[in-house]
Write a new protein. Sequence first.
Length: 624
Amino acid sequence: MLKKMLSPGILPGLLVSVFCFILYYTTLCPTTDFIDSGELTTVAYTLGVAHPTGYPLFTLIGWIFSHLPVASSVVFRMNIMAAVLCAAGLFIFYRFLYFFLNEILRVKTSADPLISAVPPLAGTIVLGLSTTFWDQANAVEVYSLHTVFLSSLLLLITRAVWKDRQPDASPRHRFWIWQAFAFILGLSFTNHMTTILLAPACIYYYFAASGVFQRRSWIHLLRLAPAFLLGLSAYLYLPVRAAEHPLLNWGNPSDLERLWWHFTAKQYRVWITFFSSESAPKQLNYFLSTTAGKFAYVPVLLALAGLVSLWKRSRVHLTFTLLLFLGCVLYAINYDIHDIDSYFLLAFYTVAVWAAVGSAKLLEAVREGRRKTTIALAGAGLLTAVMLTNFSDADEHSRYLVEDYTRDMLNSVDTNAIVISYQWDYFVSAAYYFQIVEGVRPDVTIIDKELLRRSWYYQQIQWRYPWLYAASRPEIEAFLRELYKFEHDLPYDPNMIERRYSAVIHSFIDHHYSDRPIYATPEIEQSYISGYSKVPSGLAFRLYKDGAYHPIKSPRFSFRIPPRRDQYVDGLLGQYARAYVNASIYMHLGGRDDLALPLLDQALALQPDMPEAISLKESIMRKG
């Protein structure tokens, strides 16, 4: 056993996996991050139901990690889980590359078995240090577990097909490796549906090796169905747990209809726009313009050399990898979302495979006597260059901004407040974690304005805030009757749905205005809060029935700007700048220019080119 662990097929992969974990740990986000981080952490910790497609396996594994005594906060434990899973995915990927190069392609780099480990090691490093992969290791997300499955499925499909082509291979061994592939495939679908992107390449590879459309090939596939369904059975967690009404129960998939909607992500189909003249070119341009940089450029040259080498060595495996790459890219460019990087993961895997093949090609070209020195220098150079180039782009160890913003938002409102918001990426998702897991301001009722368009959300409101549901029952039931038609593809009147929807939001405000302070965040459209004036209150607006001037305090925020900037960081800093400007405008209208000017300076410190701040400051200075 020890001898096997020390073999070139295992030890180098284990070492690079441990190295990458340590590296990931140094760049780990210390708290909640943008988008789904807060929700996924809360779902795992409380055994709830996450947004579609539910991610049952991730939730169960996350529950274990979230309760391990390895860190002071639950969310940091979940972030550690992401680093552990990505490091494990790299080890399995190394095993795949070692097998792929040395057994399938029969690359002859050297008589020295240690040198045979160099190309797969290079490919693993190229993948592990690419910023897209690295990002999955920095904070809790379902893609960290997805990396384990992508690596495992690549290893299993290539080993299974290779075994089938060995005349002396044990039938029992062939049987079990195919069963393992089918089971892991089923499990992978319970984590992320983009597992389907492997299908074109795997189907081609299977039939290309076993004989296209032979009857026995189809029979063999049918025999894999039980193992696949066994892996897929982890989805049974969703209806079982949903029936118990957990605190977070997205979609309430407690019956077959809602389970199917959740499984197929019906809610998100609107963003899948195949062959869109707007989305596809935009996302393709983003992929083409950023991919080389995410690999730190040099590895892409290795990948191009690998493509040429595969063309000469094996057209079957060239086609297999091209289908992996194209299947991923052609799907992802038709998904019209901002956080698209993780959907290109399989393409990044493929580039790393090509880089490994390219590394082997270069080794073959180096004379035997100079190989060790050349390898040592080139390997150290590649590792150092990629790591130094990508470290600053991947580093999230100072990324407290989402936590700071969430706490500042909660501090912006009075006791027992109702907050209507549509800031899922910045605030609402993180607030689930801080309120439910850490117990921060549980008195505040946060309503996601857009989730109010979903029937299941009202059941969650009824369980969490029964007083809110009870007071608005007539308006809610009237809206749900109209919404039922839309959700079940029956004839519906969109104008009627919108009127009923607006009536629900107004009812939340009207029924509780006298006993609770009501707030709306800046993006809430005026039509949904008509009849009320907005008075700046920190990062939100307090709603008042009268149009009188209500004295306000200068907002006091406590936030840390991370060194690494991206569209999300800039967007959130923009929210802070806007809050300073909103308060300064209101104070200016109240004749308190002495208080408005410092706020304008703070806004301009965040956004120096903010037109409203510049204009108001110039106006005040002229008057003064």
